[in-house]
Design a binder for this molecule. Structure first.
Ligand code: FMN
Length: 407
């Protein structure tokens, strides 16, 4: 007899917002904005995700300024001029019956000046070996400016009708860099002891809440449970971080891991289901809802994770990119028709969607079912080439399907 997916289908109310189920599309940035503005392609991609049946769509990392972006085509939030189109984006998702969260970030010391033409900065000096770039340490005045950028972006996101705002405190981006002693070696009151390293985040949240108290309960945090470097975050330090952030009445915690320089460890952890164990450990110590994510490829695994209390919600990114009809196909018992993401099957086999930023590629997943940018349709020979790669890998994928870890 078919299992019922009971836990996944359960409704939940957070801050007065009704989640129709426990599935969230994890933040995805697609590098298809223009001069920071939301484009038709952004709207098309994210409303397609809303149509997939998820309870909430998370818009991937939007910069809080031009300097904050990791690409020239990143979305930017905070200045008045962006307001109208941001509202269009949030409304387009709501029209398709999903809630929407907007993730905000500053790229920090992991920025790439070749793409962004911006000066690369961090809490302290940092050498990013992969691209041979030296970030310089921020001055205090620059920190104040970044604080204001975050506050403006939070206020604008809320005013433009996003249900939730997600602060990116992970993946080695600026706010994470302040928390982590791997990056933060400052000698002033923004560095040193834990309380100091949290100062910028505290200031951002206190100021945003002072300007609009309604924001309480509407800000979620993406946190790192493992940076895979000695002085970085690990599960014990992440626990301390969660306890600290509880005072801000978070909407949720999403548990993730890794920095750019430690990406290979994170993919192995993800494949082994280690991200789920991190989420479970966080869930044990907080009453704030936790989103477990990373390497979830099917709803039955997700349902089991919820049942066994690894999280209150599950997050999916690549499975939904590869096949946005995954949820519908599962619910109508047509799982055999689901096209899986190659990266999930074989670590490092594809990751084409991920490298759009580094390689300036047009967003495209090679599975035939995935969303393709409408106004920049792939040329016929490109599609042919993609399909060829897909077909060649297809056999291997099905051969390896059983290697995906289940709960
Ligand atoms: C194309 C792409 C873009 C992503 N963009 C973001 C992002 O903007 N912010 C973020 O926190 N994570 C981002 N991620 C990571 C995902 O949210 C997710 O954590 C990761 O893909 C693991 O989940 P999955 O196995 O369900 O794909 C991105 C992933 C992909 C594939």
């Amino acid at each position: 007899m078919k299992k019922k997916l009971f836990y996944i289908k359960e409704k939940k109310i957070l801050s007065g917002k009704i989640f129709k189920n426990r599935i969230i599309s994890s933040p995805i940035s697609i590098n298809l904005s223009k001069n920071g503005y939301v484009t038709k392609e952004n709207i098309s991609f994210f409303s397609n995700l809303a149509k997939s049946g998820v309870a909430m769509v998370t818009i991937g990392a939007a910069g809080v300024s031009k300097q904050a972006s990791d690409t020239l085509n990143g979305m930017i939030v905070g200045e008045k001029k962006y307001f109208k189109k941001l509202k269009k984006l949030s409304n387009s998702i709501k029209k398709n019956k999903a809630l929407v969260s907007l993730q905000l970030f500053h790229v920090g010391a992991q920025g790439n000046p070749t793409h962004t033409k911006q000066k690369i900065i961090g809490p302290s000096k940092y050498y990013f070996k992969e691209i041979n770039n030296h970030a310089r340490a921020l001055t205090k005045n620059e920190i104040y400016k970044i604080k204001n950028d975050f506050v403006n972006a939070i206020i604008q996101a809320y005013n433009s009708n996003f249900d939730f705002i997600e602060l990116h405190l992970a993946h080695g981006y600026l706010l994470h860099e302040f928390i982590s002693s791997h990056f933060n070696k400052r000698k002033d009151n923004y560095g040193g002891k834990f309380e100091n390293r949290l100062r910028l985040i505290n200031e951002i949240l206190n100021e945003a809440y002072a300007l609009n108290p309604v924001l309480k309960g509407k800000i979620g945090f993406r946190i790192s449970a493992n940076d895979y470097v000695e002085k970085g975050l690990n599960i014990i330090r992440a626990t301390k971080l969660v306890k600290h952030l509880e005072q801000f009445e978070p909407a949720y915690f999403v548990v993730t891991a890794g920095l750019y320089e430690t990406a290979k460890f994170k993919y192995i952890d993800m494949k082994n289901g280690e991200y789920w164990n991190y989420a479970k450990k966080i869930k044990k110590i907080t009453s704030v809802p936790v989103i477990a994510q990373g390497g979830i490829t099917d709803l039955y695994t997700g349902n089991n994770l919820l049942k066994k209390k690894f999280g209150d919600f599950i997050g999916l990114a690549q499975s939904l990119i590869a096949d946005p009809d995954l949820i519908k196909k599962t619910l109508s018992e047509k799982e055999d028709e689901i096209i899986p993401c190659i990266a999930h099957i074989k670590v490092g086999a594809c990751h084409r969607c991920r490298y759009i930023k580094q390689k300036k590629q047009v967003f495209s997943c090679i599975t035939p079912t995935s969303w393709k940018p409408g106004s920049r349709l792939l040329k016929k020979d490109e599609i042919k080439k993609d399909l060829k790669i897909w077909e060649n890998l297809n056999k291997e994928i099905y051969k390896n399907k059983d290697t995906i870890r289940k709960t």
